[in-house]
Design a protein around this ligand. Structure first.
Ligand SMILES: [Zn+2]
Length: 209
């Protein structure tokens, strides 16, 4: 069954597509409601029976309604719904990321100049950098991060799906980079931000095909 426990005590769940067993917090839980509709459950707390999806690029590209058919034996899943499910996952991630980032908003430095300035400060910083930020900005911020590391200053880097996306998150036009206060959010929150950004980027690419 799904509820394998690894020797280390980390709860493990196997992906419904690739069957690989991964740490529970690193996979997306999906729940199936009474109508046979599959919903993402980011908090992994929704009642009902769940299945788990690893959200790897490979699994995302291999998933289709035919594969979801396998769920029919255990749950009365209504099909087709893969297109809609992608949409539901996308908007759940979008909403959750927006919530998480809104909380950090008061500490945000937006855009290259503000961010580069911020990198000189001693305070722990978290950078959200768009995947399409551009080589020059990537080099510049990587340098800044390296200097901070050498000086023993704490910094974290999260890859945001795109400039457009990052702009949307902060109610601006396209934004390539944002710096946030990293003293507040815990390591767990930063990790979640990272994971959700990566998932969102992957599922978004799928929708653009
Ligand atoms: Zn998988």
């Amino acid at each position: 069954m799904n509820d394998v426990q690894e020797a280390s005590g980390t709860p493990m769940r196997s992906c419904l597509i690739c069957r690989e067993s991964k740490a529970k917090q690193d996979v997306l839980r999906l729940v199936i409601d009474d109508e046979g509709v599959i919903w993402p459950d980011l908090q992994q707390k929704a009642p009902g029976r769940g299945v788990y999806f690893c959200m790897s690029e490979e699994c995302l590209s291999r998933t289709n309604d035919k594969r979801l058919q396998a769920l029919k034996a255990k749950f009365s899943v209504s099909l087709p719904q893969w297109d809609d499910l992608q949409q539901r996952i996308r908007s759940a991630l979008q909403q959750q990321l927006k919530r998480m980032l809104t909380r950090q908003r008061s500490s945000a430095s937006i855009g290259r100049d503000a961010v580069m300035h911020r990198l000189w400060n001693n305070a722990p910083v978290m950078l959200l950098r768009a995947m399409d930020a551009g080589d020059a900005l990537v080099r510049q911020t990587d340098d800044g991060l390296e200097k901070r590391a050498q000086a023993g200053k704490k910094s974290l880097l999260v890859s945001a799906p795109s400039r457009h996306w990052l702009g949307e998150m902060f109610d601006r036009e396209d934004v390539a980079i944002v710096a946030l206060d990293a003293a507040g959010p815990t390591a767990a929150i930063v990790k979640k931000l990272n994971v959700y950004c990566v998932w969102y980027g992957r599922i978004k690419v799928l929708g653009n095909r």
